[in-house]
Design a protein around this ligand. Structure first.
Ligand code: BG6
Length: 287
């Protein structure tokens, strides 16, 4: 019988977070019984394909890669459960996942490494703490990392995203030239695929579930990718419903415009600490 592949953090009060060990992909985050993340109805859970939705973990490459799969191998590898969900004194619930090099990872990226991914589920916040270790005595490696977060929204056309004004960005829907964002809030009305550089530490997305706001805080992640495939590209994806694009927006925190460089026997522990997503205070009575 296959070992269980799903880990659930349960904080009580219908606040839970579910992680699929395939990619250590967060596949659900419910706050007061309200789902915050989008997962496509067509998502595949075959232990091979990346899971379309939730929070896939992008490492060590962002985007197309001549040596291996798009967005790297971490999102398509089974992670270890390093520490099963445990309630902390604060009442929050923590679990730790880890990934080490394997024959599979070394076939595209021939380095030893160790990743730990610590998730803490708070009453109204999901907290991510990521550490990367280079155990080699001689080799330096460099990598990209990104939390490819799919937020669930009632209608993406009504969302506004703050924290991008004045930032340079690469527009992947155009020629890859660099532009500068003039708008104080970014809205989405068409196919959007932008890598914003040196963005604010905080983004607010308006009109997420129940018309509320979502606050993203990021540390040591200089970049923010904003993506929505819109209708035509949705049709091209076999694991994404044609009519689902209005119900999601990816606002992804990462280190992708430039690589992170890690020297031999070096650990960027707690390097990507204190990354959080936090929905506006949810008052069940108002729903
Ligand atoms: C985004 C990229 O982060 O991910 C897009 O900027 C890409 O270019 C999207 O299309 C989805 O990627 P994938 O590999 O999950 O289909």
């Amino acid at each position: 019988m296959a070992a269980t592949s799903v880990v659930v953090l349960d904080r009580g009060n219908n606040t839970t977070c579910t992680i699929n060990l395939h990619g250590a992909t967060v596949v659900s985050w419910r706050v007061n019984n309200q789902e915050q993340l989008f997962v496509s109805k067509q998502a595949k859970f075959d232990g091979k394909e990346p899971i379309r939705g939730g929070i896939p973990f992008v490492f060590p490459q962002f985007g197309p890669w001549p040596f291996g799969p798009q967005h790297g191998f971490a999102r398509i590898t089974r992670w270890n459960l390093e520490k099963a969900p445990e309630r902390l004194q604060s009442g929050d619930v923590e679990a730790i996942f880890s990934l080490m090099d394997s024959d599979f990872s070394r076939s595209s990226w021939n380095y030893q490494f160790r990743l730990t991914y610590r998730l803490i589920l708070r009453e109204k916040e999901l907290h991510f703490n990521i550490a990367v270790y280079n155990p080699s005595k001689e080799l330096t490696f460099s990598f990209n990392m990104l939390l490819h977060t799919y937020f669930k929204v009632p209608d993406v056309r009504r969302c506004q995203i703050t924290g991008l004004q004045g930032c340079t960005f690469v527009d992947k829907t155009r020629d890859g030239s660099i532009y500068q964002e003039a708008r104080d809030v970014v809205t989405i009305n068409e196919w959007t695929d932008r890598i914003y550089q040196n963005t604010s530490q905080e983004h607010i997305i308006t009109n997420v579930v129940s018309g509320r706001k979502m606050r993203i805080q990021k540390y040591n992640f200089p970049d923010t990718v904003v993506w929505n495939p819109w209708l035509d590209r949705a049709k091209d994806m076999s694991d994404f419903g044609d009519d689902e694009y209005p119900n999601m927006v990816c606002v992804e925190s990462g280190h992708v415009s430039s690589p992170v460089i890690l020297l031999p026997e070096n650990q960027k522990e707690a390097f990507f600490d204190k990354n959080t997503c936090e929905p506006e205070l949810i008052d069940a009575l108002k729903d």
